[in-house]
Design a protein around this ligand. Structure first.
Ligand SMILES: *[C@@H]1O[C@H](CO)[C@@H](O)[C@H](O)[C@H]1NC(C)=O
Ligand SMILES: *[C@@H]1O[C@H](CO)[C@@H](O)[C@H](O)[C@H]1NC(C)=O
Ligand SMILES: *[C@@H]1O[C@H](CO)[C@@H](O)[C@H](O)[C@H]1NC(C)=O
Ligand SMILES: *[C@@H]1O[C@H](CO)[C@@H](O)[C@H](O)[C@H]1NC(C)=O
Ligand SMILES: *[C@@H]1O[C@H](CO)[C@@H](O)[C@H](O)[C@H]1NC(C)=O
Ligand SMILES: *[C@@H]1O[C@H](CO)[C@@H](O)[C@H](O)[C@H]1NC(C)=O
Ligand SMILES: *[C@@H]1O[C@H](CO)[C@@H](O)[C@H](O)[C@H]1NC(C)=O
Ligand SMILES: *[C@@H]1O[C@H](CO)[C@@H](O)[C@H](O)[C@H]1NC(C)=O
Length: 272
């Protein structure tokens, strides 16, 4: 049902579309909004396109499994960890071709404070799903990070267009606590999945009084740096036009967290 919107995006025209559809036997609603913010907006600021996007790693550390998603959950004290092997990698799917400017990496102290956390690694950007051996990627930068718990801002040697960003040659003592991919593209995403008669209690980052589409717009535009607010979800109440912006990890969101709320709606980013 979002096909029309996606088609419009490829024309590059500045058009918005609001499509709602009821799925049979289900209270789920798809709100397809903001399919193109076009080139009308300035692209001087960057934003982190990696947060809450699907993340993958070459293997789990059997002794101490820590999910790939822990490296891009917005929490710099939860860290991923790959298993042993010199060809270890972690990558994120940005779910769209983006102009990648730089990568921020926060490492951890997982070698008992004895040494560097990330060895000589390479950062590559791919337009297609990357193969295990990194072929077909464009090098953002190769880097040696020694400092424990440090956050480094690695500017790509040039701006690279791509969808997947991979860090490779992770050592078995390395662990990434937060991985941000700063892009210059206008904030963009395709659709929300929603529930009628349901709202999420919060925490609410910002409350507004708007139409539903404006609410979705506000949620998106708040994402751009330097504003630290990263909205992924919102409540909307038609009667009062109440719009409550929230941050939820759409990868692990459970609808059981919703409370019944007559005439209220809850929408969250749809990563499918
Ligand atoms: C960890 O990864 C597995 C498989 O990729 C996934 O099913 C699970 O939900 C993830 N756990 C968290 C907390 O993200
Ligand atoms: C961040 O991760 C740490 C370690 O897993 C956890 O203890 C803490 O509760 C998390 N913080 C938030 C805000 O989820
Ligand atoms: C990694 O490999 C080394 C040597 O092969 C082994 O001693 C060590 O236990 C392995 N570590 C993990 C976490 O599997
Ligand atoms: C990001 O910008 C590039 C270059 O202008 C464009 O090719 C790409 O489609 C844009 N991606 C999104 C998701 O808008
Ligand atoms: C890194 O973080 C760990 C865990 O929070 C802490 O024990 C350690 O002292 C930190 N190391 C440095 C150099 O700050
Ligand atoms: C990491 O791997 C190297 C080479 O396989 C091995 O010598 C070393 O013991 C491993 N370290 C840990 C902490 O597993
Ligand atoms: C939402 O609540 C209204 C009022 O009680 C009710 O008429 C409607 O059927 C409910 N819709 C759903 C999808 O539960
Ligand atoms: C939102 O604005 C409308 C008028 O545009 C008003 O009727 C309504 O009471 C307002 N709701 C809230 C929560 O302020």
């Amino acid at each position: 049902m979002c096909t029309e919107c996606l088609a419009r995006r490829s024309t590059g025209s500045l058009r918005m579309a609001l499509t709602q559809a009821w799925l049979m036997l289900s209270p789920i609603i798809i709100l397809c909004s903001l399919c193109d913010r076009g080139s009308a907006e300035p692209s001087s600021t960057t934003w982190n396109a990696a947060l809450f996007r699907p993340a993958y790693q070459s293997s789990e550390d059997a002794a101490d499994p820590r999910n790939a998603s822990l490296a891009n959950d917005g929490n710099a004290t939860s860290c991923q960890r790959t298993g042993n092997g010199s060809e270890s990698w972690w990558h994120v799917d940005l779910l769209g071709q983006m102009m990648v400017e730089s990568v921020w990496i926060t490492g951890s102290d997982c070698n008992n404070g004895k040494g560097y956390t990330l060895g000589y690694f390479s950062l590559n950007v791919f337009t297609e799903q990357p193969p295990p051996d990194d072929s077909g990627g464009q090098v953002c930068h190769n880097y040696m990070l020694y400092a424990e718990n440090a956050t480094v801002n690695i500017k790509c040697d040039k701006t690279i267009s791509g969808r997947y960003v991979r860090i490779s040659h992770l050592s078995n003592t390395s662990s990434i606590c937060e991985f941000k991919v700063m892009v210059t593209n206008n904030t963009q995403f395709n659709k929300y999945v929603g529930w009628k008669n349901s709202t999420l209690e919060g925490p609410v980052i910002r409350s507004l009084n708007t139409s539903r589409l404006e609410c979705a717009n506000h949620c998106l535009s708040a994402r751009r740096a330097p504003d630290p607010m990263y909205c992924t979800a919102f409540n909307w109440v038609p009667g009062t036009r109440l719009c409550q912006l929230m941050q939820e990890d759409p990868r692990i969101f459970k609808s059981s967290k919703l409370k019944q709320s007559i005439h209220g709606y809850f929408y969250i980013e749809d990563l499918r």
